[in-house]
Design a protein around this ligand. Structure first.
Ligand code: ZN
Length: 258
């Protein structure tokens, strides 16, 4: 549970204080509340007539304090490095309970070891992408080696990739050669905009959740990097989803739109 104050009150983009609220209520006194009626300053009523723009703006601020609340925040969940027989099923269960679909960027070597799990992820309606075969730094490899890393995984995942094939380079490390090889194999490169660092030992088991949320507050397009091979991720992803749902304007997007 996140008991921290809502973004609207601490992100600094909106100044909201009780004084403004009182003045605003003073201009529109509640007929059933004599205390508010008597508290209404005369000058305030005059100002409301002379400066209707201010009155209107203040009323809007009182009712809708956070401009971000009306701004959509698109969210795509992505899970890398699996599938893993222990943790991936937990992620699938959490997504199912939350009625959400995600994209799984799989490693060829793990897909090869867990073919039924690949099928299960796909059958649950999630999208599958290519994350290389063995998670190397592709920018340090030759063209032939890059082609083998992406191509071998491509052959393993072929039945599940669809027409618009997604590739995510390990560590996000890419260059023109990696992109050229990926494109030749029919892939579009997809990175991320939010890295909660669930892969980082010092951010486990739960610190990554608040770190991810803090990044998401500043973004309108959130491609969230998570790792379904991490027990700390699979154990806490349901709570993380609940935290995202409390973010102003957040709406989960279908993996097909990634
Ligand atoms: Zn990875």
């Amino acid at each position: 549970m996140d008991h921290s104050p809502p973004a609207k009150l601490r992100n600094g983009r909106f100044r909201f204080d009780a004084k403004d609220a009182e003045l605003d209520f003073g201009r529109q006194p509640d007929q059933n509340d004599p205390e508010k009626k008597t508290a209404e300053p005369t000058s305030s009523a005059t100002e409301a007539v002379e400066r209707p723009d201010i009155a209107r703006d203040r009323k809007r601020e009182t009712l809708i304090p956070d401009p971000a609340a009306t701004t959509a925040k698109d969210v795509w969940l992505t899970f890398d490095d699996g599938p893993n027989p222990e943790s991936t099923p937990k992620v699938l269960a959490a997504l199912s309970r939350a009625n959400l679909k995600a994209t799984f960027f799989m490693l060829g070597l793990n897909a090869e070891a867990q073919p039924r799990l690949v099928e299960r992820v796909f059958d649950a309606g999630h999208r599958i992408g290519n994350h290389s075969y063995s998670h190397p730094h592709l920018t340090e490899l030759t063209e032939a080696e890059i082609r083998e890393e992406i191509g071998r995984t491509d052959r393993l995942l072929a039945p599940y990739l669809g027409a618009d094939k997604l590739f995510r380079p390990p560590y996000g490390h890419t260059n023109s050669l990696v992109q050229m090889v990926a494109a030749e194999l029919g892939y579009r490169e997809v990175r991320w905009t939010v890295d909660p660092r669930d892969w980082d030992k010092s951010y486990r088991p739960k610190k990554w959740m608040n770190f991810g949320i803090s990044q998401m507050k500043a973004l309108s397009s959130c491609v969230v990097l998570l790792h379904d091979i991490r027990p700390a991720t699979s154990s806490n992803v349901a709570a993380f989803i609940a935290m995202i749902r409390q973010l102003a304007g957040a709406r989960f997007k279908a993996p097909s739109t990634l």
